[in-house]
Design a protein around this ligand. Structure first.
Ligand code: DSN
Length: 403
């Protein structure tokens, strides 16, 4: 674990879905409720001795509802995939139709990919982005919805850099009588800070993780309208999970409290400002961005005008201690293992204190690393300078000493 702490300290962490959480979350995740079995829900458990964990879960539920203005919250899903699984189980029978964004154009495995449970259990129809704008083609979504009459429409994804227009999806869902799920896992922190439209206002269900922009423990939660509360709760337990991870639920309660603070809103504003500065510097370095920029924390670099594949670029950047993930870009002809793009984001390094200038330097390091004449030694030194300027968890000496 100390080795991993040192790895995290010594590199620029740009994976858009990762973050560096707070000591209060570490404390909760490492706390005694990990010892407790509590199948069921507060006040309706199948085990004795649940009076304290009931309080913990009620606090987490109340804070989630207040933070996002939701009628109902289920805080038991272990991770993001389970949140979507729970919503599908609450709303569909196997064989019912699901309409969602394709994985290779910004969606997610659990949005109906054929190798995932969602693609195997449901009749999946996928919408994509427009080849001109690379943004969701709402006319196409409406056409496909009318044609396929889905039970559930999913909006949101894991590599979509623009705002998800949930009001437009709502209009489409209403036109065909479908339920609407927004997967806000990536941008939940921006929602909590009021920087992007709140999907709770127009969606029947909103699924999320707690560890991306939200910066909390590795886990998930689902919000929904009261009319779907019973179906959702039954889908999670007994439908697909056993005992909830009560220590992680305590950590989610911690995260939701922090996310309601002014300091958190300021952190999210900096994530956005940094993403714009980062995008500009990548473009100045000659790299193309899908959609020409971002409305969120996430940028997708399209490498197709160069000789780089996503895989090679990811490996070159790793050599200079910059961590990114290869990612397909819309209409990519390369396989998902190779790809023609890289996905980057600003949440983690903003948590380390990076400002716009630090992200301009980061963009310049990436452009230089992908140039023909890259000087690996000097690029590593530039990364080390940034890491020293913005230390991660200063004062922690490793896990034995931390204890
Ligand atoms: N693995 C997450 C991401 O990187 O976006 C999605 O599950």
């Amino acid at each position: 674990m100390t080795k991993e702490l040192e790895r995290e300290r010594g590199q620029l962490e740009l994976i858009a879905s990762e973050n560096f959480t707070w000591p209060a979350v570490f404390e909760a995740v490492g706390s005694v409720p990990t010892n407790k079995y509590a199948e069921g829900y507060p006040g309706r458990r199948y085990y004795g001795g649940c009076e304290v964990v009931d309080e913990i879960e009620e606090i987490a539920i109340d804070r989630a509802k207040e933070l996002f203005g939701a009628e109902h919250a289920n805080v038991q899903p272990h991770a993001g995939a389970q949140t979507n699984m729970a919503v599908y189980a609450a709303t569909m029978e196997p064989g019912d139709t699901l309409l969602a964004l394709r994985l290779d154009q910004g969606g997610h495995l659990t949005h109906g990919h054929k190798v995932n449970f969602s693609g195997r259990l449901y009749n999946v129809v996928h919408y994509g982005v427009s080849p001109e704008t690379m943004t969701v083609d709402y006319d196409e979504v409406l056409r496909l919805a009318k044609e396929s009459r889905p039970k559930v429409i999913v909006c949101g994804g894991s590599a979509y850099p623009r705002i998800v227009e949930t009001d437009r999806f709502r209009a489409i869902a209403d036109e065909v009588g479908a339920l609407l799920l927004c997967d806000m896992a990536h941008f939940a922190g921006l929602v909590a800070a009021g920087l992007v439209p709140n999907p709770v206002e127009s969606c029947d269900f909103v699924s999320s993780t707690t560890h991306k922009t939200l910066a909390g423990p590795r886990s998930g939660f689902v919000l929904c309208r009261e009319e779907h509360a019973k179906a959702l709760d039954s889908a999670v337990m007994p439908g697909m999970q056993g005992g909830p991870l009560m220590h992680t639920i305590a950590a989610k309660a911690t995260c939701f409290r922090i996310a309601g603070s002014e300091a958190f809103r300021e952190y999210q504003r900096q994530i956005r400002a940094n993403a714009d500065a980062f995008g500009e510097s990548l473009e100045e370095g000659g790299l193309a961005l899908v959609t020409g920029g971002t409305d969120t924390h996430l940028l997708l670099v399209d490498l197709r005008s160069s000789d780089w594949t996503g895989k090679d670029a990811e490996e070159r950047l790793a050599e200079v201690n910059v961590t990114v993930n290869r990612n397909t870009v819309p209409f990519d002809e390369r396989s998902p293992f190779v790809t023609s793009g890289i996905r980057v984001g600003t949440p983690a390094m903003t948590m380390r204190g990076f400002d716009e200038d630090d992200f301009r330097e980061t963009g310049s390091i990436i452009a230089d690393a992908l140039a023909d004449s890259a000087d690996i030694g000097s690029l590593r030194a530039r990364v080390a300078t940034l890491c020293e300027k913005r230390p991660l968890y200063p004062g922690w000496r490793g896990y034995t000493k931390f204890r």
